[in-house]
Write a protein that binds this ligand. Structure first.
Ligand SMILES: [Zn+2]
Length: 496
């Protein structure tokens, strides 16, 4: 738009600040009050406390206690992953929390990781000692050593050795592979108490842990699938745009396996990274001594980076646990190659599988902290621990009874039988939605304000007319409770 000179001058005069006398003592105060308020970056510890998601206790430092709201979110994340496991071919297993010291010796943890582990001792030794007569003879000392051996356990810091035991428990043919185990067990690592904080520096946590045992020729395909899995999960969690991939390669000096094995493994990781279509970088020499790895590094809303998902190749554990599968032409198979030679193919032999450790969320606790801060406490509907609340307009019996019935319909609770128990066929059909109710005798305006302030996704209202017409009000809309339920379930299904 072109304006005339006069109107430009008039506009300039209007926008020019008018000279005004200001008391010097007030100047700094006025200037200060004009500054836009600087907002503190979201802190998951504060929000977690405000929203009653989790707490900590001096009786178990570093072990977050999930409150009902936090447990709801935690379980929804885990359920979401469980559903994806069907698509990605993972089978969930449930494994012990404590294992004998001898297992940790076999896995190498005793040698390399003992300081980060908790030792657990059974009380059999104590009772044995109590029963002892005080004799210091050799036999008794021997018994004591045996009892010590028998009763010394370690609290698991990771699931890998347990999954190796499962793989080793039966014979495998090359046709069975890949075998993929998933595990949500709690893990314990002995962080020093000064470093403990919220959900990010903890002693007890859960991983969406998984181990893939595959043929050398399957490594690339498995890595590709895992990267796809990461992409899917992060886009559902709306973390999709801000992560990068980093490949860590063979350390210069301290590593196991041959250079050739490493080169082959790194090449397959590189090909999988290229195929992912994402940018990736190399951390030269930064791999663990037992294999190269891909780290997924997430950027939070403040630009800070967090390592979340990880994909790690392991040459060591399959050797330590003597894992193997039977395959034709084993020498070719071990190099990830094939042959057409019928004579070679007629000969079967044992081959070491490749083990891939992988976690998509990483530590569920740490990822939750990131989500809390990333959403700034405003949960998407499917994860929201407060999905809906039903507010009553008054406290009349028909209104309260109808509100209660609406809640039962939304929750999928069916009517009880005459004996007060639910009929067997009505036990299924629970929707898993989180629906609360406020039937207090306060004004509707107050109840609505409070519901919005405390983070409810949907605020439903029930009044006399609604009770009569068997409907609920959502803003200006009037809906039947079944229609409302279907809408909410659709929102959950589409990760709204
Ligand atoms: Zn592992």
């Amino acid at each position: 738009m072109i304006r005339s000179r006069t109107s430009r001058l008039a506009a300039a005069a209007l926008s020019r600040p008018r000279r005004q006398w200001t008391c010097p003592a007030c100047l700094s105060k006025r200037q200060y009050s004009k500054q836009p308020e600087k907002r503190e970056p979201p802190d998951h510890r504060k929000l977690g406390h405000q929203q009653e998601l989790f707490m900590t206790s001096v009786y178990s430092p570093g072990s977050p206690i999930f409150l009902p709201n936090g447990a709801r979110i935690f379980n929804r994340l885990v359920d979401f992953l469980r559903k994806q496991y069907v698509r990605y071919g993972f089978q969930e297993v449930i494994t012990p929390t404590i294992y004998k010291k001898s297992l940790w010796a076999k896995s190498g943890h005793l040698e390399n990781y003992a300081e980060d582990m908790y030792a657990v001792t059974g009380n059999k030794r104590a009772s044995d000692l109590e029963g002892a007569t005080g004799c210091c003879g050799t036999d008794h000392a021997k018994d004591e050593a045996a009892a010590e051996e028998e009763d010394d356990y370690g609290l698991k810091p990771m699931n890998c050795p347990g999954h190796c035991l499962i793989f080793a428990s039966k014979l495998h043919s090359y046709r069975d592979l890949p075998v993929r185990y998933a595990d949500f067990s709690p893990l314990h690592r002995n962080e020093i108490s000064g470093a403990l904080s919220g959900l990010t520096r903890v002693r007890r946590f859960h991983q969406d842990d998984g181990h893939i045992f595959c043929r050398p020729s399957q490594v690339e395909g498995e890595i590709k699938k895992t990267l796809d899995f990461v992409k899917t999960v992060y886009s559902v969690l709306r973390l999709g745009v801000s992560y990068r991939l980093a490949l860590s390669t063979r350390p210069k000096d301290h590593y196991i396996g041959t250079e050739e094995e490493w080169a082959r493994a790194e090449d397959s990781l590189k090909r999988a990274l290229d195929a992912s279509g994402m940018e990736w970088t190399v951390n030269e020499g930064d791999g663990a001594f037992y294999g190269p790895k891909i780290d997924i590094v997430l950027k939070d809303s403040e630009g800070k980076e967090h390592q979340t998902a990880t994909i790690q190749l392991d040459f060591q554990l399959p050797k330590r646990f003597e894992l193997e599968y039977q395959a034709p032409a084993p020498e070719y198979e071990a190099r990830g190659e094939t042959t057409d030679d019928p004579e070679l193919l007629a000969h079967y032999g044992p081959v070491r599988p490749v083990m891939i450790h992988r976690a998509v969320l990483g530590s569920v606790e740490r990822l939750l902290a990131l989500l809390i801060e990333n959403y700034d406490g405003k949960w998407p509907f499917w994860l929201n621990p407060k999905q809906a609340i039903i507010l009553t307009v008054n406290t009349s019996d028909p209104v309260i009874e109808w509100a209660d019935e609406v809640r039962n319909i939304l929750l999928g609770n069916k009517k009880l039988e005459a004996d007060g128990l639910p009929a067997l066929e009505s036990l299924s059909g629970q929707t898993g939605l989180a629906v609360d109710m406020d039937t207090t005798a306060r004004s509707l305006g107050t109840k609505i304000r409070e519901a919005h302030a405390s983070g409810y996704g949907l605020v439903l209202v029930v009044g006399e007319q609604d009770a009569k017409n068997q409907q609920v009000s959502l803003g200006k809309e009037r809906l039947g409770p079944l229609e409302m339920r279907d809408r909410m379930l659709r929102m959950v299904d589409t990760f709204e």
